[in-house]
Design a protein around this ligand. Sequence first.
Ligand code: ADP
Length: 154
Amino acid sequence: MFTRYMKKAVFPGSFDPITLGHVDIIKRALPLFDEIIIAIGINADKKYMFSLSERINYLKKTFAKESKISIDSYEGLTVNYCQKINAAFILRGLRNPADFEFEKAIAVTNRKLSGIETVFLLTSAETSFISSSIVRDIIRNGGDASTLMPEAIL
Ligand code: ADP
């Protein structure tokens, strides 16, 4: 069956909110996969600035024209979600050595648990400094974060 051989990747994250850093990684991953599911992981212990429906809405607006991209959310382990939707890859972005150290342990664990491979893309120089937490800080303090966020959601 064709769907078995489709290269499907999950890009998991909080996306609180989506930034141009995320957009850079997703756009550059498009040629590598047949389908990318941007999936918001719901963590009951985490406090978010934007509600789940706002974050989903921002993602949908940003990628409305991309037929290979869909938006979803999930609870529980990322690998369980990947298995449920038949995705063999997890996509993550790397900005710096701190990201690498953190992501390495998770990626190795995920592969051990499920055989799912994590594919890392290095961020572009222009977006490597961007993080959702900096964007939230700017917004919280009444600053202008518009140069760090996708135009579709401004
Ligand atoms: P999480 O809470 O899981 O870290 P995020 O929404 O902060 O979720 O990030 C999701 C993914 O996007 C992670 O792989 C993260 O490294 C990546 N990412 C975030 N900001 C950038 C950026 N500026 N450049 C490249 N990748 C990024």
